[in-house]
Design a protein around this ligand. Structure first.
Ligand code: FAD
Length: 407
């Protein structure tokens, strides 16, 4: 790429690569700076579910828009992103889990999500390997899956073909601002690269990059453990994503004190392997897999799907979700630093929401009408003083619950 880039993107995960793809498609000259290899963060460590029933309404809108974009990208991107409609299920173990599930389903149906309530027998009619004593569940036939790392690479390659420069193993080490606060360049590889526009798409590391610009982004790493089994026959599961009904509560739970919220999440990927998850814990940037937590997680998965005990676990790892205090991503400009944009904080739904995030960033940078109203995603919502630590988490979780209850 000759001359200075119009836009520099800090981070080559799925979100940064989606931003690069949509910006270059519209003619922008883009440089992606990724400190590791492409997808080195959560994007290589996560699961594959494009989940279109996560509340509140903002997530539903983002997910639906992304699903439409994925269907188109699967046709146009260079490389197979393994995108396919698979359906998904949320399963309640006990009778007392049915009422909240039904209430959630009612809200979702009102919002236009296709879903059906099924009793225990109905569950096994759809997915015969489920445990015989499960109380019931919700079936979402429209959900889909994608290979996150393949999608990251294909978005990057698509951007490259439109003219983007993608530098791996070279991170952003500093951010330069003019006397009026405007972004003027970044420092990478020991040199200053001039640009008028920087997008922070550094996932769980976005706060660190924000600090380089003197901007406080309240994004924290939230650890999630996964296991992968040896390949099972393709027909092992009919519905390729099965979650415990408590999964959504685990998103809003978690901890500040060393424990982990655990909820079963089972996904069969295209080559037959089953990915088993998952946990949520705030433990800084530590990605160690603790055996006690891993054992509990595997037991929860086998409780829903007893045949899992016959499959061999080949590998376990942990990834860092980029958590934001209100569980909505930060997508848009930072008013205090003209030229600075953020595309980060998607927590456990960033694979799903990456394409629409890339499109919205393009529309905002090009000052076009946006696909969706984006006020709720503005990074400016956090640019005020906030309490800290557990007090902050409690206050925020209360706010999130109230928001969810009003959907
Ligand atoms: C266990 C688990 C299961 C999940 N399952 C799902 C799922 O089924 N469906 C779903 O939708 N989502 C899922 N997610 C969430 C999803 O993986 C993330 O939300 C998404 O990958 C975030 O993408 P990102 O590009 O924002 O961040 P990342 O992929 O973390 O990318 C950020 C990048 O920035 C780079 N970086 C950091 N600092 C710098 C710097 N100074 N300069 C340049 N680069 C820098 C990092 O190296 C990294 O590559 C899951 C996550 C986990 C952990």
């Amino acid at each position: 790429m000759g001359g200075s880039p119009d836009v520099i993107i800090a981070g080559g995960g799925i979100v940064g690569c989606a931003c690069a793809y949509f910006l270059t498609e519209a003619g922008a000259r883009v440089l992606v700076l990724e400190r590791g290899p492409l997808g080195a963060g959560a994007s290589k460590a996560g699961m594959s579910h494009v989940i279109t029933w996560e509340e509140p309404a903002m997530h539903l809108a983002l997910a639906r828009a992304s699903q439409r974009l994925y269907a188109a990208l699967a046709e146009t991107l260079p490389g197979d992103i393994e995108y396919r409609q698979t359906g998904s299920m949320a399963v309640a173990e006990q009778e007392d889990g049915l009422a909240p599930l039904q209430a959630m389903l009612n809200r979702l149906r009102q919002a236009g999500v296709e879903g059906a309530f099924v009793d225990g027998r109905g569950l096994r009619a759809i997915e015969p390997r489920l445990a015989p004593d499960l109380a019931g569940g919700a079936y979402f036939p429209g959900d889909s899956m994608v290979n996150p790392l393949a999608a990251t690479r294909a978005l990057a390659e698509g951007a490259r073909q439109f003219g983007a420069e993608i530098r791996t193993l070279q991170g952003v080490d500093g951010i330069e601002r003019g006397s009026n606060g405007r972004i003027t360049g970044v420092i990478a590889g020991g040199t200053s690269i001039p640009t008028g526009c920087l997008v922070i798409a550094a996932g769980a590391w976005s706060a660190e990059v924000g600090r380089m610009a003197g901007v406080d982004l309240p994004i924290r790493p939230r650890k999630g453990v996964l296991a992968v089994t040896a390949p099972a026959p393709e027909a092992f599961l009919t519905v390729k994503a099965i979650l415990s009904a408590g999964y959504i509560d685990s998103i809003h739970g978690g901890d500040g004190a060393g424990g982990a919220a655990i909820a079963a999440n089972i996904q069969q990927v295209r080559n037959g392997n089953l990915i088993l998850g998952t946990t949520r814990a705030f433990s800084g940037f530590d990605v160690q897999v603790e055996s006690r937590v891993a054992r509990q997680m595997l037991a929860r998965c086998a409780r829903l799907l007893p045949d899992l005990r016959r499959l061999q676990v080949m590998r376990m790892w942990a990834g860092l979700r980029p958590w934001s205090p209100d569980l909505l991503p930060l997508v848009g400009p930072v008013t205090a630093a003209p030229g600075l944009f953020v595309a980060a904080g998607h927590e456990g739904i960033g694979i799903t929401e990456a394409p629409i995030t890339g499109l919205l960033i393009r529309q905002m940078i090009f000052e076009q009408d946006t696909e969706l109203p984006v006020g709720a995603l503005s990074p400016d919502r956090f640019q005020h003083s906030t309490p800290s630590g557990g007090e902050y988490d409690q206050e925020v979780q209360g706010r999130v619950r109230r928001q969810r209850d009003t959907v």
